[in-house]
Design a binder for this molecule. Structure first.
Ligand SMILES: Nc1ncnc2c1ncn2[C@@H]1O[C@H](COP(=O)(O)OP(=O)(O)OP(=O)(O)O)[C@@H](O)[C@H]1O
Ligand SMILES: [Mg+2]
Length: 346
């Protein structure tokens, strides 16, 4: 994934929002677009977070201003800092001249901070300061510079859970989500599948100069029945592939779809024999992930996208780890967690 990007292109085709839930998101996005409010867009990967940011820009009164975008997860921290806030000549090796940061360069316009959930705590402090005080301090500078830049941020992470787990600052979280826009997963708005598929077919056919192409009813049924873990992006890729495989035929057959959508390769085998309770399945899964990470609880919690405290509580309740004060399950204080960092796992 690139680090600095051009503005998301929303002009090529209409943003599809046929489902009531997506229509609500779009209506809210259109209302806030006109204001200067900070917007936080959340949604699973591939739901269209960047696309919605482009729509906000297009409808905003800052439309004539710059629109700059940065993927906060794609740059090492020192580089991200200098990209965002700028630097002075000589601030570090290679800084041969003063350079404006993106906040300044986008003054009068909008800065899109994508993957904001990937920023470090230190970077979160700096971003908070800029959002609150509307100033930036370029690396190596001794004075702040005033900036008038609107922020639209996006993340695929559950920031509220990250706040709970102590991985994201709550003050920045609340400062960012002045207007939260949550894009539902595609499986929760199936009314959008067909119009999206039609739009993608039209685009791919036009790009490949092939004639008009339609979906066979059976193909459509499969698209509607599938769960789309990769959301709109997965649908777009599936259609692209299907149109190419259809090789100029007027309709897309089920066989043109990827196997997982045809259902020939179910992602999860159906349970046989013993059926686990949810709690048993959760326990088994947590322990398997813990084993995979060699007993490292930090890495396990991260992979499971839960807080270390939550993981600790669960492991304690399974009797896998013990608190210093005895065997009773429950949250352990921080010093106990540290003291037991290297405890063997049963
Ligand atoms: N509602 C929509 N209408 C039309 N096209 C859409 C819509 N939502 C997403 N798309 C298209 O789907 C693709 C993925 O969207 P986008 O890049 O905005 O998603 P994302 O959430 O940022 O995904 P990623 O996880 O890859 O960063 C893009 O080509 C985008 O134009
Ligand atoms: Mg994206």
């Amino acid at each position: 994934m690139s680090d600095l990007r051009p503005a998301p292109d929303s002009s090529a085709s209409e943003l599809v929002a046929k489902s009531p839930s997506m229509r609500r998101v779009l209506a809210l996005a259109e209302r806030v677009a006109a204001s200067d409010a900070t917007v936080l867009i959340t949604g699973e990967s591939g739901t269209g977070t960047e696309r919605l940011a482009g729509t906000i820009l297009e409808r905003s009164r800052r439309h004539g201003g710059a629109f700059l975008a940065v993927n906060c997860g794609a740059l090492p921290e020192p580089l991200l800092e200098s990209e965002l806030f700028g630097h002075m000549r000589g601030a570090f090796t290679g800084a041969t001249s003063d350079k404006k940061g993106l906040f300044e360069a986008a003054a009068g316009g909008t800065l899109f901070l994508d993957e904001i959930g990937e920023t470090s705590q230190a970077m979160q402090v700096k971003l908070l300061r800029t959002l609150q005080e509307h100033t930036v301090r370029p690396v190596g500078a001794i004075k702040d510079v005033r900036v008038d830049t609107r922020i639209v941020a996006a993340t695929h992470r559950d920031l509220a859970r990250m706040v709970e787990a102590g991985a994201f600052r709550s003050d920045l979280f609340y400062r960012l989500r002045v207007v939260p826009l949550e894009i539902p997963a595609l499986r929760e708005r199936r009314e959008d599948i067909l119009p999206l598929a039609r739009q993608f077919i039209a685009r791919v056919c036009a790009e490949n100069s092939c004639g008009p192409c339609t979906l066979r009813p059976k193909t459509l049924d499969l698209l509607l029945a599938y769960d789309w873990p990769g959301n709109v992006r997965e649908l777009e890729n599936a259609i692209e592939r299907a149109v190419l495989l259809a090789e100029g035929q007027p309709s897309i057959e089920p066989s043109d779809l990827p196997p997982e959508i045809r259902g020939v390769e179910p992602r999860e085998p159906p349970p046989r024999g013993e059926v686990l309770t949810l709690a048993q399945a959760e326990r088994r899964h947590i322990l398997a992930v813990l084993e995979r990470f060699g007993g490292n609880r930090k890495a396990t919690a991260k992979a499971l996208d839960i807080g270390e405290n939550t993981l600790w509580r669960k492991l304690t309740s399974y009797g896998v780890v013990r608190t210093r004060r005895g065997d009773e399950p429950g949250a352990a204080p921080a010093e106990d967690r540290e003291a037991h960092e290297d405890d063997p796992v049963d």
